[in-house]
Design a protein around this ligand. Structure first.
Ligand SMILES: [Zn+2]
Length: 132
């Protein structure tokens, strides 16, 4: 299951950041940016995240997902549109198929709340590695 590998990667990244920070005893919440085209089902991810957190510093942490709508731009005519789901990658203006995906493949941690109640820690915004 793709969501499980994503969840494990998120837990790994947060734990690593927590090790570098001082006095982190637990993680309250993790905010994750998830592109519409990243191929991740939010419900499945929430479920996997709960399992992946068990027995770690993140146990009981809340996963907040922020959806990013997919957007594409036509190279020949520069028209931009929301690709939707299933994604429409043919230009609605000219029918062209040379398109750039501007947004929608994001999969990264935005910030993390530690147990100390301080302001959210912004991680390095490294993308979650894709499955090989
Ligand atoms: Zn076009």
């Amino acid at each position: 299951m793709h969501e499980m590998s994503v969840a494990l990667a998120v837990v790994d990244q947060v734990e690593e950041a927590a090790m570098r920070a001082k006095d982190v005893t637990a993680v309250r919440s993790v905010r994750l940016q998830v592109g519409e085209l990243a191929g991740v089902v939010p419900d499945a991810l929430a479920f996997s995240f709960e399992l992946a957190c068990a027995g770690t510093l993140l146990e009981g942490a809340e996963l907040i997902t922020e959806a990013v709508p997919g957007r594409a731009r036509c190279t020949p005519c520069t028209h931009e549109w929301a690709v939707g789901m299933p994604p429409r990658l043919t230009c609605p203006a000219c029918g062209g198929t040379q398109t750039d995906l501007l947004a929608g493949r994001e999969l990264q941690i935005l910030d993390v709340h530690w147990e100390d109640g301080g302001p959210p820690q912004v991680l390095t915004r490294e993308p979650i590695p894709e499955e090989r």
